[in-house]
Design a protein around this ligand. Sequence first.
Ligand SMILES: O=C(O)CCC(=O)C(=O)O
Length: 378
Amino acid sequence: MSLWRGTWRKTSLWCSQVSVDDWRACRDWVTDNGQPNLQFFATHFGKSKVQVADCGTREFTDQKRLEMTVAEFVEQWLGDPMQEHGNASSHSAMSKMSLYLKDWHFVKEYPEYEAYTTPVFFCDDWLNIYLDNYHMHNDPNIYSENNEISCSDYRFVYMGAKGTWTPFHADVFRSYSWNMKSCVYNIFDDVNETKISGFAETIWLECTQEQNEIIFVPSGWYHQVHNLEDTISINHNWLNAYNLRWVWDLLLRDYNEAKEYIEDIKDICDDFEGLCQRNLAANTGMNFNDFLIFLARLSLANYIQLHYLARKNGNHTWNLSPIAQHLTFNLASIQKIALNIKSVEDLTGSHGFHLDFRETLKDPEFFKLCTFLGKHMG
Ligand SMILES: O=C(O)CCC(=O)C(=O)O
């Protein structure tokens, strides 16, 4: 994997060997000689519909995506000499492709299977616990089945043969990501000054990720991945109090871009602001309203946990405990962003939002959100 960052940030990259011996993913998904156990996937999860990238065909900044079942994907992989040996020799159009199964919402689809447990460092994950209880989009006009599947959570499985790859990108919502390889290696591709402006001032990091190692990618770090061996990996994107600010900065930037892009139809548009927000949701994955409701529900959940802690430990020092400090920090971070949002003129004027706290408190999904938050706080 190679990572790029501007010189203005100080966060670092690390790999860690975690104890994964008890993960079903490490037992069931890998053969005794360390290869992906493709037959296991075809037999147990063959009917799942998945997104597969054709690594040989670029589409905008990503790769062309196809939809197929896991059984079809495995069949292509096993029947395709290019997938097996990393060099093309077949005549069919399909076999010239280098297919990479991506963004499979495996945990969402097979919750009972319990393929792995999220390592403790990555459990403070507001994005996925939120999406376990709510849809990201609050506006029914934005809701579409496909969209809801693609943003139903950010816990993914990837599978690809040697030679498959992921182009240079920064992650969705500028979230953190962690990535664990069951069997894999990564290395960096040809990215240079002609492709990325400011490249000369950047710092490049390059590493080979071995089997069972985890990589943490900080918010906003551009990276790309090349599989040097046949690979299965688990990837999560997540947000918490430490990187929320990145989301707001991204939303604001993308909103301004979306607005500028359709500025010329402003006068003939009945609901120009609504259109900007719909485009923002479609392109970035959430809009201002989605983000505000996310923040409001999480601040309330953090507040309730803090309140619960205060009542449980009635002494004067309860607020000095690490959990209380963490919850207070969470609330302070949300407040900081909320104040920043308030200061954006357009938003406060024309884009108020409404969340009924009384109704929220009665909502069983909100109760679950609070419970998850409490559980992850330890
Ligand atoms: O493993 C891959 O191919 C891509 C993973 C990635 O870039 C990510 O999780 O952000």
